[in-house]
Design a protein around this ligand. Structure first.
Ligand code: C2O
Ligand code: CU
Length: 467
């Protein structure tokens, strides 16, 4: 988009009018079912929704509270809920075949676990995800800090993109091989909390905590905010040591979160623009009243938190995971026997929706039933693990680890200043990234690319923590 087009887009933005789903009512059941709602710029869009809303209700708890929620599956397909970023006990992780049986249509599953960490997390199905998440199944899970930084407002923006067909419906080309083998499913309609770009009013002087969650299947955002002072205070739910000024583009891959503090101290309209890849797109804008502006405020202090277990780097087991495959890559394209190909063709004819293999981790494509394959590595509970991710593909991959947070130690040989904690790390083409964590959560856990079509095309594996 040219500068002028950007300004025009900004001038014609509607004002945010959807009801604000900030406060959560405690609930015992969460129902997933088809619904017809006002979303993505359409007045009657058929979606799949939690509690009839897209995104699903914001689930809010305090640290240490118990999440006690029954999923009622009223979808035509089996489903589960995965609590992304939460260090749950293995049986509560929501991964079909690996941690639980899929919840069949009409059935229920009871999730119950204590919430060990405060922060911005989210929930989504972990079965048929390229379709189920795209149809609207995702929501924010907020665990309040014990001593949160003082703010005047606390907003959640679950950001997404939607691929709509000519009639404005969700295009049903899930698992399209071009998406699987390239950058995943990209949609033309950006949304914040299910609604197209809009203007959000802030009172002059207000300090806002903005919790960003990238719930897109595949879109990476590189977000910039011009004109208002802002800081990054947490990544993937984990508070930063010190608040970092949000100046350059903030890269947010699928699955990743960022907590920001924004001070409404400059009157006017301020756009949040995505500049990832080609062109630029307005995601939203803030409107700060002209009458009352505020004085600049001091940088916020991120919330204190019990430290996560510190990995022992000297004594760590080291494992390397090489990524291969995808279009235009020279190596690692997964091999498939004629028998496997034929079996897949037969399943498709019988109505199964699945991807063809396109990606490999250490030479292997792990298709649907990852639980059957031997773990990538196995470690005794309590040991430290150093993982080297080696991206030999021509594509970006947000790599997500279940059951644990990890420190990002280095990227392409350069140590990262604060070795930030994350649960998902974004890898550029050719990147080598080192992470480390204490494997203290027993069970078999997934490790996968959060571009949902990449995962479906083989880019996920399992590691074993022996209890
Ligand atoms: Cu949010 Cu295994 O995923
Ligand atoms: Cu990927």
């Amino acid at each position: 988009m040219k500068r002028r087009a950007l300004l025009q887009a900004l001038a014609t933005l509607p004002t945010w009018s959807a009801p604000w789903a900030g406060a959560a009512t405690p609930r015992a059941t969460i129902t997933a079912e088809p619904a017809i709602i006002d979303a993505a710029g359409s007045q009657a869009l058929p979606v799949w929704a939690y509690e009839g809303q897209v995104p699903g209700p914001v689930l809010r708890y305090r640290r240490g509270q118990v999440l006690d929620l029954t999923l009622h599956n009223a979808l035509p397909d089996p489903s589960t809920i995965h609590w992304h970023g939460i260090r749950t006990p293995h049986a509560m992780d929501g991964v079909p075949h690996l941690t639980q049986v899929p919840v069949a249509p009409g059935e229920r599953f009871h999730y119950r676990f204590a919430l060990p960490d405060a922060g911005t997390f989210w929930y989504h199905p972990h079965l048929g995800t390229p379709e189920q998440v795209e149809r609207g199944l995702a929501g924010a899970l907020i665990v309040e800090d014990d001593a949160p930084p003082a703010v005047d407002a606390d907003w959640v923006w679950l950001i997404d993109d939607w691929r709509l067909d000519a009639s404005g419906r969700i295009a049903e080309d899930f698992y399209d091989f071009r998406d699987v083998a390239h950058a995943g499913r990209q949609g033309q309609q950006l949304t914040v909390n299910g609604q197209p770009p809009a203007i959000h009013a802030l009172q002059g002087g207000q300090r806002l905590r903005l919790r960003l969650i990238n719930a897109a299947n595949a879109r990476i955002f590189a977000l910039e905010l011009g004109g208002l002072p802002a800081w990054l205070i947490a990544r993937d739910g984990v508070p930063s040591k010190i608040a970092e000024a949000w100046e350059g583009p903030l890269l947010l891959g699928p699955g990743m979160r960022a907590d920001l503090i924004i001070d409404a101290t400059v009157p006017g309209r301020h756009a949040v623009v995505d500049r990832f890849g080609r062109g630029e797109r307005v995601l939203a804008a803030f409107e700060v009243g002209a009458s009352v502006a505020g004085h600049p405020r001091p940088a916020p202090t991120p919330a204190w938190r019990d430290p996560l277990p510190e990995p022992d780097l000297a004594g760590a087991d080291t494992h390397t995971i090489v990524f291969g495959g995808g279009m235009m890559s020279r190596s690692g394209w997964p091999e498939e026997s004629a028998r496997e190909r034929e079996a897949r063709r037969q399943r498709r004819l019988a109505g199964s929706r699945e991807a063809d293999p396109a990606w490999s981790l250490n030479g292997q494509a792990h298709m649907n039933h990852v639980s059957m394959s031997p773990p990538e590595f196995s470690v005794a509970a309590g040991r430290s693990v150093r993982l080297v991710f080696d991206n030999r593909t021509a594509w970006w991959h947000p790599m997500h680890l279940h059951g644990h947070h990890f420190r990002v130690l280095s990227r392409n040989g350069e140590a990262l200043p604060h070795r930030p904690w994350r649960d998902t790390v974004l890898m550029a083409p050719g990147d080598q990234v080192e992470i480390a964590f204490v494997a203290d959560n027993p069970g078999r856990w997934l490790l996968h690319c959060h571009v949902l079509e990449h995962h479906a095309g083989g880019m996920g594996t399992v590691f074993d923590v022996r209890g």
